[in-house]
Design a protein around this ligand. Structure first.
Ligand SMILES: Nc1nc2c(c(=O)[nH]1)N[C@H]1C(S)=C(S)[C@@H](COP(=O)(O)O)O[C@H]1N2
Ligand SMILES: [Mo]
Length: 249
């Protein structure tokens, strides 16, 4: 015969069940956390990569969904005729001996294309979206901005914190964008030096441009001349005209 439970007993059983369930559910993240913390290599990791791991944990927390990653496509769907939009800041002819100026806290230095190309190459085929009403599946190759931050140890304000923003400008400072740090360290954000497997054409921002799939196209600065970090919002070309500063998709 099934025993009759008092309301009190029922509540207690439910509570115990809930606790057991919660305990089991929290074991997995705890295990991952312990592993990250006990791994000497990861322990020495520069803050951006750790932030990235935390960021991924938050993603995992969201029902293991990749919903915050922009969808990607097979190579066969990538457009061969890539649309051009906006040529502000592309006119000067600084092409040879190209260097990107970096400012992070007190450190100011220059990085060459070869130094960037030496880092792991990341390719992405995604739907590029311009706010003017067109979109296109495009194929870009370059280096993850997060990898650049880790490699050159930039973007870190102090032992525990990254700067809140990164600003990028064309060499002539005529076009510029401000990017919030979570979007800058997003795994799909790259400094691109290739389009369709070849060096980027001048009109698309040679030799180096930003590709940031989680944002509208106007944030993807062509021809990067300067990269600088700050806690205040960097100036942003289209935000000055009233477009949304974050331009998220
Ligand atoms: N330097 C620079 N970068 C720029 C622009 C610009 O005018 N100058 N236009 C932006 C806009 S509005 C879009 S949609 C994309 C277009 O990139 P594409 O010409 O490679 O298609 O570049 C962005 N980056
Ligand atoms: Mo655009």
């Amino acid at each position: 015969m099934k025993e009759e439970l008092t309301t009190d007993q029922q509540i207690r059983r439910k509570t115990i069940k809930a606790f057991v369930g919660f305990g089991v559910a929290s074991l997995l993240p705890f295990g991952v956390w312990k592993w990250i913390n006990s791994s000497p290599k990861l322990n020495n990791t520069f803050v951006p990569l750790r932030k990235m791991l935390e960021f991924n944990e938050r993603l995992t927390g969201k029902l293991l969904s990749d919903s915050r990653l922009a969808p990607t496509f097979p190579l066969s769907q990538a457009q061969k005729k890539v649309r051009v939009n906006g040529g502000v800041g592309l006119l000067d002819s600084i092409e040879t001996n190209y260097k990107v100026k970096i400012e992070s806290g007190d450190r100011k230095f220059e990085v060459t294309l070869d130094e960037l190309k030496a880092l792991p190459k990341q390719e992405i085929i995604f739907e590029f979206k311009c706010i003017e009403g067109w979109s296109q599946i495009q194929h870009w190759g370059g280096v993850r901005f997060l990898d650049v931050m880790n490699h050159f140890k930039i973007g870190q304000k102090d032992a525990e914190n990254l700067y809140k923003y990164v600003g990028m400008e064309t060499p002539d400072d005529k076009y510029y964008v401000g990017i919030d740090m979570p979007s800058a360290v997003h795994p799909q954000t790259i400094l691109a030096y290739e389009m369709n497997g070849k060096p980027i054409l001048k009109k698309h921002g040679s030799p180096l441009r930003l590709i940031i799939p989680v944002k509208y196209g106007y944030k993807s600065l062509k021809k990067i001349g300067v990269i600088k970090f700050s806690d205040t919002r960097p100036k942003d070309y289209w935000a000055l005209f009233g477009y949304d500063y974050f331009a998220g998709l």
